[in-house]
Design a protein around this ligand. Structure first.
Ligand SMILES: [Zn+2]
Length: 141
């Protein structure tokens, strides 16, 4: 039982320079939400693709399909895969809202939230299944 639990747990490897770029992107967009894509192989993040939040909102984000498609093509050109959709919560906890869960486009892709509610930003990585979420462990290295 213990072994199967360890095998099933998803551990994400996130390079420190990408983590810092995500934190900075979120900070630069405050008080609005920032968003973007994270790409790489398996559970290893290799690149970060910030996308302009067209809504300029502190509680919602939206990026037109063409902008997402352009980023996805660049990711595929690097032989990487989209691992997660990233967005920030400027003033609430790093927990997916009902809105986030309902609008998550693809359960093969994870959800990453950075919260600026507290003095130190908090990052969480979630797997989404049937409109519910499960936190993964993030190794920043
Ligand atoms: Zn959200």
């Amino acid at each position: 039982m213990v072994i199967s639990k360890i095998v099933m747990e998803k551990i994400i490897s996130l390079p420190n320079d990408i983590y810092e770029k995500m934190i900075a992107e979120g900070e630069n967009n405050l008080p609005d939400e920032a968003c973007g894509l994270l790409a790489g192989y398996h559970h290893q993040v290799r690149s970060f693709w910030p996308l302009q939040n067209q809504l300029k909102s502190s509680t919602r984000f939206f990026v037109p399909k063409e902008m997402v498609t352009t980023a996805v093509k660049s990711i595929q050109n690097r032989k990487e895969q989209v691992l997660a959709i990233f967005h920030t919560h400027p003033s609430t906890k790093p927990v997916p809202s009902q809105f986030d869960l309902i609008h998550h486009p693809n359960e093969e892709v994870d959800m990453v939230i950075i919260s600026y509610k507290y003095q130190i930003p908090q990052i969480k990585w979630y797997q989404i299944k049937n409109k519910t979420y499960k936190a993964c462990t993030i190794n920043i290295n």
